[in-house]
Design a protein around this ligand. Structure first.
Ligand code: XMP
Length: 511
């Protein structure tokens, strides 16, 4: 995207770094996270309106502490150092950083001085601290603009050089005037105008796609998830019939799901959308397989084969489009976590099919921005606010071997649960809610007859990012109703349980 204004956030590994970027964008200025070690030339070439140095687990005293190219402090570009970033600037500019005996964590009262960074911040307000080292003396020429009981220099700055350091975290909600501080940095210090909005984004992106694609063709794999749905709608707005969408139906979708997608996108919006019926192909490969990782691998590989076959039938492909979003980009570029589950999404496609170029129109956006774009494009709430659904679909919610019988039970039970959650208005506050069919049968009694049927588990969690989650405190009455309905309406179930485990130690999905 050609943003007129950009703030670069230099990443020193702090836990709130993505949040800083999101806050800045919410305030109307495009921001991007880049590694702290980005070369000076690259930074200059991006022509940023301002730089932010983030917090991080480092100390300026350790031998291999992270340091950016210190010449960025001489470019005349405004800089805001946060936590470690503030200590680093102080250290590099001849101030003094000290290590405290204990870590300061939590809210502190800060006394603020009048200055451009603190315009509108009262003399005394709450700030959020999380640090051990602290700035004991500001560099020469820099004024102390904030102090707390524990930090003599909780904030310092030079209004002429436009370089500031704050020990507290303005990006977290616990800092009472955090947003004001960030807004001041953008609009008072960096003198931004604020040209980042989803309306601008859509307009510019549509123009860009048109220019790039001309009258050539674009292929996009749709999963029914928010990202691919929004990407498809945006592309459709730009190039209409030159977009070909395809949905691989692996037979592991939820009840009425494929029909619903076709209704909205093909019948409603008028997209070219082809559904490949690959149910048999997938179920055959999955026959007899019980190991979760094995299931995931088979589905990932089969998905690619099915897509490959389809793309070959189209002949030459000019562009492949994907619904990659910003967190995917950051995650693949900045280190890797231990493998808990091999995730499946359409990300593996580019390596196996031949095409000229890739288009990822949402590559710069956070999930909440993608949702805003979806709404602005006129998509329904049902699609835009759709709960996450794993790529391998119901396969990871059928414990043990996947059979037609178990899939039928799961689909019906899951449908009832989802319907009840929505009818009771809980869908907005619950992150994910679904049913799982266990591999366990137990004895029951129905109408004086002995039964020996499956146990269905209900799973509902609250979360902000799926990294951690808590089980949702659904009212007992509602659980009772769902349980009754499932037992009465779904053949083959005689027991319903509710999963009361958080993540960690469990994961959201059962497999
Ligand atoms: P877990 O089960 O690891 O899930 O706590 C975290 C989030 O990821 C979703 N999930 C997937 N999403 N492909 C996806 O695109 C996958 O293979 C996959 N597996 C799990 C899960 O639904 C939850 O939102």
């Amino acid at each position: 995207m050609e943003h007129k204004e950009i703030i670069l956030v230099l990443d020193f590994g702090g836990q709130y770094n993505q949040l800083i970027v999101r806050r800045i964008r919410d305030l109307g200025v495009y921001a991007e996270l880049i590694p702290y070690s980005a070369p000076l030339e690259k930074i200059k070439a991006l022509d940023p309106k301002g730089l932010i140095l983030t917090g991080g687990p480092n100390s300026v005293f350790t031998k291999d502490s992270l340091v950016m190219d210190s010449r960025i402090l001489e470019l005349g570009i405004p800089v805001l150092g946060i936590c470690y970033g503030a200590q680093l600037i102080a250290h590099l500019k001849g101030g003094e950083v000290k290590s405290a005996a204990t870590r300061e964590y939590g809210k502190s009262k800060m006394h603020a001085e009048a200055c451009p960074l603190f315009k509108g911040v009262p003399e005394s307000s709450d700030v959020w601290m999380s640090h051990t080292d602290y700035v004991a003396r500001a560099p020469e020429g820099y004024g102390i603009i904030g102090s707390t009981d524990n930090c003599p220099v909780a904030a310092y700055g030079d209004a002429v050089k436009k370089i500031y350091g704050v020990q507290f975290h303005p990006e977290v909600v616990h800092t009472e005037y955090g947003n004001t501080v960030l807004r001041n940095f953008l609009y008072e210090v960096c003198e931004c105008k604020g040209d980042w909005s989803m309306t601008n984004f859509i307009g510019e992106m549509v123009e860009r796609i048109r220019r790039k694609v001309g009258d050539r063709k674009v292929l996009l794999a749709m999963s029914g998830g928010v990202d691919s749905a929004v990407a498809a709608t945006l592309l459709h707005r730009a190039i209409g019939p030159n977009l070909q969408c395809v949905l691989v139906d692996h037979g592991l979708m939820r009840k009425y799901e494929v029909e619903g997608i076709v209704k909205v996108f093909r019948d409603g919006i008028g997209m070219n959308l082809e559904v490949i019926d690959a149910k048999e192909r997938f179920l055959k490969k999955l026959k007899g397989v019980t190991d979760p990782e094995q299931k995931r691998k088979i589905i990932g590989a089969e998905f690619i084969h099915a897509f490959e076959d389809y793309s070959k039938s189209l002949g030459k492909i000019d562009f492949l489009a994907q619904g990659t979003i910003y967190p995917d980009v950051i995650e693949s570029g900045f280190g890797k976590a231990a493998l808990i589950k091999s995730h499946h999404n359409v990300g593996g496609l580019p390596s196996v099919i031949a095409f000229d170029e890739i288009i990822e129109p949402l590559r710069d956006l956070f999930k909440d921005e993608v949702r805003k774009v979806g709404f602005e494009l006129g998509l329904d709430k049902k699609i835009v606010m759709r709960q996450p659904f794993p790529g391998p679909g119901l396969a990871v919610r059928v414990i043990g071997e996947i059979t037609e019988e178990k899939l039928r039970i799961l689909r019906d039970a899951d449908y009832i649960f989802r319907e009840e959650i929505v009818n009771n208005g809980l869908d907005g506050e619950i992150w994910q809610y679904f049913a799982v069919i266990t591999d366990l049968r137990s004895v029951g009694v129905m109408g004086d007859m002995r039964t020996y049927d499956y146990t269905v588990a209900l799973r509902a969690v609250t979360s902000v990012d799926a990294m951690s989650a808590d089980w949702a405190r659904i009212p007992y009455e509602l659980l009772a109703k769902v349980s009754n309905r499932i037992i009465n309406e779904v053949n083959g179930v005689n027991r319903v349980v509710y999963d009361i485990t958080s993540k960690p130690p469990a994961t959201i999905e059962w497999e």
